[in-house]
Design a protein around this ligand. Sequence first.
Ligand code: KG4
Ligand code: ZN
Length: 335
Amino acid sequence: MRVLGIESSCDETGVAIYDTEKGLLGQALFSQIDMHARYGGVVPELASRDHVRRVLPLIRQVMDEAQTGAEQLDGVAYTAGPGLAGALLVGAGVARSLAFGWGIPAVAVHHMEGHLLAPLLEDEAPDFPFVALLVSGGHSLLLDARGLGDYAIIGESVDDAAGEAFDKAAKMMGLGYPGGPRIAALAQQGNPGRFRFPRPMTDRPGLDMSFSGLKTFTLNTINDLGGAEALSEQDRADVARAFEDAAVDTLVIKCRRAVEQTGHRRLVMAGGVSANGTLRERLASQMDKRGVRVFYPAPQYCTDNGAMIAFAGALRLQAGEQAALPIEVRARWPL
Ligand code: KG4
Ligand code: ZN
């Protein structure tokens, strides 16, 4: 089975073709980051318009790369939510229209299921069941993944998502958007002993998380130093280091508990924040000690992309699913 996948939930237009026998045959990604950077975050209306501009040329490019004509495709998968409604509608409208015109099924994919399944694109793919840590700009979730479509949420953020906290802390330091990679890079030069930020919600049992307190702590620390403009390069690096240490430790502690609670021997990490090198290192060393294997996607599949949507769509189509005719998206959609 060969499936075209389209991702347009936020600020990247991603397109890919996945073949269940041969793997990924082609893919392309256009990131709007430069366009949104001057506004300090994603501007929804600009995002939708840019998806309109990019999506068809990208589809043509990927079909050429994959040497695949419409007659060789068995389905079109698209991100139907959660995300920005206008942006989602672009991908959904194009996907459904192409599928209708080509006379093949369309399948609506949950964006977070796309992230969750991305590690299965790797050669060494985890089998179910596993614990999944999904950490992106919009979500922080711990899941007990028992099988395809059988996911129980065992922990989630009660306020900001982990990536959102990285982005907001970066903005406070004047680092620009997206904040995660910039904080991570600066933290390398940071002194780990200068500031200590709290590890929220780790002093009581449970798997829920909270990241908005870290944001406040960051702001107070910056203000104590005289405000963002007064920060030296070393101050910035030290604050970034304290923030990253606290966010990473919190996630690692919650993962440790999730593994103990479920008894699973595999842990999958996905979503934009899973690209964070410190998080990968600390999680791997903690899980190693417990005999738990950690899986994550290749860096290009951690953040939004079309490959994860084509892949999740192929699995769903194989399971006999397809979307009803109306073009519908869900800006909010529980997994
Ligand atoms: O999955 P994603 O591309 O989009 C959403 O679905 O949200 O995740 C984007 C998020 C942003 O908040 C970004 O700052 C964060 O992932 N991120 C990182 C890193 N790379 C991206 N956070 C921490 N460290 C990184 N290296
Ligand atoms: Zn995402």
